[in-house]
Design a protein around this ligand. Structure first.
Ligand SMILES: C[S@@+](CC[C@H](N)C(=O)[O-])C[C@H]1O[C@@H](n2cnc3c(N)ncnc32)[C@H](O)[C@@H]1O
Ligand code: SF4
Length: 483
């Protein structure tokens, strides 16, 4: 049955599950949705983190850092993980530590300072940072003096370059004007604010009550302070969301005019995140409604003058992400979409992931292990992955498709010294009988182009190129659903 049929823009009709669905994107049908809505990675990396293994250890990481230090002038990305939150949002899929005990964070920071110094020590003078991000958890859990001290440590060991992307994630419920002012004075020029949904019923169901006025006040203060780019996060697929209520949240965001918006698909992974088990499955929207929620939000952002970026982001046309999309030069790493890719990325803090000289390395998640490693003068590496030549090719292919919805097979052949058509003969065959036949992808003389309707399903196109997914035989769920 068709989820949507062509009719004038703006009308709502009952969907297959009785929920109202928007009268747009007429080509998306329930059959296609069912066929493509299967567990799949978000491809913030390839190979994905599930391939990381303990065989890649601290010694391997040191070896990769040594290799990375060979070119002292090459730029770096730097990510710091600040895992603390006062309370847990029920939907949260991030690596967080919930505590109201401030001394826990103070102790953690002592070690984070040490890890930053240790990294710098092993990079033999390589210092230039072009992309720098504090993520969490909630980095504004830290007090103003803690923020200043951490920033000072980073500046002592690294050179944040003029024009660098310097970003922080803030939870408007716990962020003060004083923190915003301090961060701006320290050189932060990008903010990402968590909102998710402004509807009271949804907020209560996910244990995140956040007034629209409070969010808007913080947003406006950030504008006055001159943050170059402000992002707002929304999530679709949360309990009790309807097209109408989520549409109103989207409209409120459109009126605020953030430079960027992320509209994330709710990653429902209760087998990994125990806190999500508190959500009642019967309160969650059906897969059909979930897709319709995204379609609705997408249309409202487009109508509001935003440009679609990658799979699930939107940006004002003058924002650099929008410009990079138009010129097909968008990149993506663990920190999200970027126009300032550095060949290597350092991660510091529990669970942080680095990407150094052709290997991923992830830190331990437990505080006790993190402290023990640093006390012994070791990097707190838990696991990682050294990319093979084949991984590099596929990583490039997947990143191009995810970011720019386009792939030039000839360029891949030249870049990696392969013959694209024969190297990927099996994948191209699979694409022809799936995404191409369904109108999600066009293949023309070695060029792949994801169609506008296929953008919703770009993960599925990428999954065809994922060698590890192909080799998986276990039926255990690992990823959330694609839509
Ligand atoms: C670290 S939080 C942002 C900063 C701050 N902690 C906050 O919540 O405002 C990063 C973002 O991840 C997204 N997120 C968290 N859990 C998610 C899930 N299970 N599925 C999809 N997105 C999720 C939310 O949109 C959230 O704003
Ligand atoms: S969504 Fe943000 S505030 Fe909520 S628990 Fe996760 S990291 Fe903390």
């Amino acid at each position: 049955m068709s989820l949507e049929v062509p009719r004038p823009r703006g009308g709502l009709v009952p969907g297959s599950d009785g929920a109202a669905v928007p009268a747009r994107e007429p080509e998306v049908t329930v059959e296609l949705l069912r066929r493509y809505d299967r567990p799949g990675p978000r491809y913030t990396s390839y190979p994905t983190a599930v391939e990381f293994h303990a065989g890649f250890d601290e010694a391997a990481y040191r070896e990769h850092l040594a290799r990375a230090s060979a070119d002292r002038d090459a730029p770096l990305s730097l990510y710091l993980h600040l895992p603390f939150c006062e309370e847990r949002c029920t939907f949260c899929g991030c690596m967080v530590i919930i505590t109201k005990k401030r001394e826990v964070a103070a102790h953690y920071l002592d070690y984070l300072h040490r890890e930053i110094a240790l990294l710098a020590e092993h990079l033999s003078g390589r210092r230039r940072v072009v992309q720098y991000h504090w993520g969490g958890g909630t980095p504004t859990y830290l007090s103003v003096p803690q923020i200043e001290a951490l920033s000072a440590t980073v500046s002592r060991h690294f050179d944040i370059q003029p024009g660098a992307e310097v970003a922080i994630e803030v939870d408007p419920r716990v962020t003060s004007f004083a923190q915003l002012e301090t961060l701006r004075a320290l050189g932060f020029n990008r903010l990402s604010m968590g909102v998710q949904d402004f509807t009271a019923e949804v907020q209560q169901a996910v244990n995140r009550v956040q007034g629209e006025d409070q969010t808007r006040a913080l947003f406006e203060r950030a504008r006055e302070l001159g943050y170059v780019s402000i992002n707002i996060d929304l999530i679709y697929g949360l309990p009790f969301q309807t097209l109408d209520s989520f549409g109103r949240s989207v409209d409120a965001v459109v009126r605020m005019r953030p430079d960027r918006v992320a509209v994330y698909s709710f990653a429902h992974v209760p087998w990994i995140r125990g806190n999500q088990r508190r959500l009642r499955p019967e309160d969650l929207p059906s897969p059909e409604t979930k897709l319709a929620l995204f379609v609705e939000a997408r249309q409202r952002f487009l109508d509001g003058g935003y440009q679609a970026i990658g799979m699930d982001h939107f940006a004002l046309p003058e924002d650099e992400l929008a410009r990079a999309t138009r010129s097909r030069t968008l990149h993506r790493n663990f920190m999200g979409y970027t126009v300032k890719p550095a060949p290597d990325m350092l991660g510091a803090g529990v669970s942080a992931i680095g990407d150094v000289a052709g290997a991923f390395a992830q830190n331990v998640k437990k505080l006790s292990q993190y402290y023990a490693a640093l006390d012994a003068g070791r990097f707190p590496i838990e696991r990682g992955y050294r990319l093979s030549p084949d991984d590099h090719v596929r990583r490039h292919v997947i990143a191009q498709l995810m970011c720019n919805f386009h792939l030039d097979g000839g360029d891949v052949s030249r870049r990696f010294g392969i013959d694209f058509d024969s190297y990927f003969a099996r994948e191209l065959e699979e694409l022809r009988s799936g995404p191409v036949a369904d109108g999600f992808l066009e293949v023309d003389g070695g060029r792949l182009e994801v169609t506008p309707r296929g953008r919703l399903f770009v993960r599925n196109v990428c999954m065809v190129f994922d060698r590890y997914l192909r080799e998986k035989t276990s039926g255990t769920p690992v990823f959330s659903r694609t839509v």
